[in-house]
Design a protein around this ligand. Structure first.
Ligand SMILES: Nc1ncnc2c1ncn2[C@@H]1O[C@H](COP(=O)(O)OP(=O)(O)OP(=O)(O)O)[C@@H](O)[C@H]1O
Ligand SMILES: O=C(O)[C@@H](O)C(=O)CO
Length: 419
């Protein structure tokens, strides 16, 4: 294994797996830290954690355990993958995890590159934009778990750290790999190893990737992975073998636990022409809606692409959180989706689509999936996946076009992405 990735959630991990697979690496995504050794053919291994919103010390502990495993597999470079909208709170977890990894690796330069221009996320003058709006006006300011109320990533990251945060500004990035490298070294010399890097387009990511050759630790969204495989290819280290991937016939179901803006649009679109079951959070918490209820409903509609969703508007989510507490609401919904996933797969569902990072993490854990093969891309950041006899799509809350669910169901069935 050449490149090791530590992903802070499941959909984010399949996002970067997709980028690395597209760039020609042999990629496997693991659910948590594997017990044994990786297959020798794996060039990029992704350890998908569920560490984005757990307490800081748990996130650090899990990330260091992932690091130890990846280093034991021979990884030369580590990527810490977090969300392209930098999902975190003022306490963490991005800063403390990055600092712990950097300490363990002895990294003196730690690029911080959340940008993912393909999904509309760019960073300019240290500020993160989602398309043409600042992060803090993009809808992310109302995120149920990690409301992003400040678009200045330098300032947000500094709240999470007890060390200064540096910046590699756009003029340095525009100058290409050498100029980026020079600025990174200057920042490090000034005592700033954590360095937010401006990035407005994919060409910037390729230059940043080249500048990161040989660095022990790189952090960011999946965009940072675009330029990294070339460093290994140049040294003749990649096999170039693409993995074969096939789709599944059989019933397909959709579980949406995300209330992000794009998932809301996808749920509305899908529900207009397919069976859709609205799951009310309070009913789940108080035991009025059980996994068996949802499973029975899905299986009754198994041939019609049924959707079961907890997706709600921000006011509804806020009211539920005020009444029951944020964590109680989240864990009740996640436990429900995990159990429903287990039951519907046991009853014959062969294609499963999950919307939301936490939700997908719960689903994968509920199904006891250890490793995922990466298939064709469904949408930027969302590949088709296979685990044993099941094909899956795990979608980040804000990813995918409005018709994502139908598109995903098609690709999970045929095994072929769009040309
Ligand atoms: N109707 C609701 N009431 C209360 N909480 C909700 C409701 N719908 C979703 N949530 C909570 O919001 C959180 C959404 O997390 P999840 O990661 O699945 O989606 P997301 O944040 O939109 O996706 P991503 O992390 O990929 O951006 C979950 O913890 C879920 O339990
Ligand atoms: O980086 C992204 O935007 C996604 O992979 C993700 O992690 C969203 O939760």
């Amino acid at each position: 294994m050449l490149l090791g990735v530590i992903g802070d959630d499941f959909t984010g991990s399949s996002d970067i797996a997709n980028t690395l697979a597209k760039a020609g690496m042999a990629v496997t995504q693991y659910s948590g830290v594997p017990q044994g050794a990786a297959a020798p053919s794996v060039e990029a291994g992704i350890v998908a954690l569920k560490s984005r919103t757990v307490p800081v010390k748990d996130a650090v502990r899990a990330s260091l355990a992932a690091l130890d495993w990846l280093l034991a597999q021979g990884c030369e470079q580590i990527v810490f993958k977090y969300c392209s909208t930098f999902d975190s709170t003022p306490q963490g977890n991005i800063g403390p995890v990055a600092a712990a990894l950097a300490d363990r690796l002895g990294a003196s330069i730690v690029p911080v590159v959340p940008s993912f221009p393909g999904a509309g996320r760019t960073v300019y003058q240290g500020h993160l934009f989602v398309k043409d709006t600042l992060l803090s006006e993009s809808g992310m300011e109302a995120h149920p778990l990690t409301p992003m109320t400040d678009p200045d990533i330098r300032r947000w990251l500094a709240l999470q750290l007890s060390e200064p945060v540096g910046h590699v500004p756009f003029d340095a990035v525009h100058g290409g790999a050498e100029s980026i490298r020079a600025r990174m070294q200057a920042e490090a010399k000034a005592g700033r190893r954590m360095q937010v890097v401006d990035t407005v387009c994919d060409a910037d990511l390729m230059a940043i990737g080249a500048a990161c050759a040989g660095l022990k630790l790189v952090t960011g969204g999946s965009g940072i992975a675009m330029g990294l495989p070339a460093n290994f290819r140049e040294r003749g280290k990649l096999s170039g073998d693409g993995a074969a991937w096939r789709g599944n016939a059989g019933p397909c179901a959709i579980l949406a636990g995300s209330s992000s803006r794009q998932t809301r649009a996808q749920v509305a679109r899908h529900a207009a022409s397919h069976p859709a079951l609205r799951i009310v959070a309070g009913d789940v918490i108080e035991g009025r809606t059980t996994p068996e209820d949802v499973t029975d409903w899905i299986m009754r509609h198994a041939d019609e692409l049924p959707l079961a969703y907890a997706t709600a508007d921000p006011e509804t989510v806020r009211a539920v959180q005020e009444e029951y507490g944020r964590d109680r609401a989240a864990s009740a919904l996640e436990a429900l989706f995990a159990e429903v996933a287990r039951q519907i797969v046991a009853r014959g569902v062969t294609r499963l689509i999950a919307a939301g990072g936490e939700t997908s993490g719960a689903v994968v854990e509920g199904l006891g999936i250890d490793a995922l093969e990466i298939g064709p891309e469904i949408a930027p950041g969302a590949p088709a996946l296979r685990a044993g006899d099941l094909t899956l799509a795990l979608k980040s809350g804000n990813f995918g076009e409005d018709d994502f669910f139908e598109t995903a169901a098609g690709i999970l069935g045929t095994g072929e992405g769009e040309a």
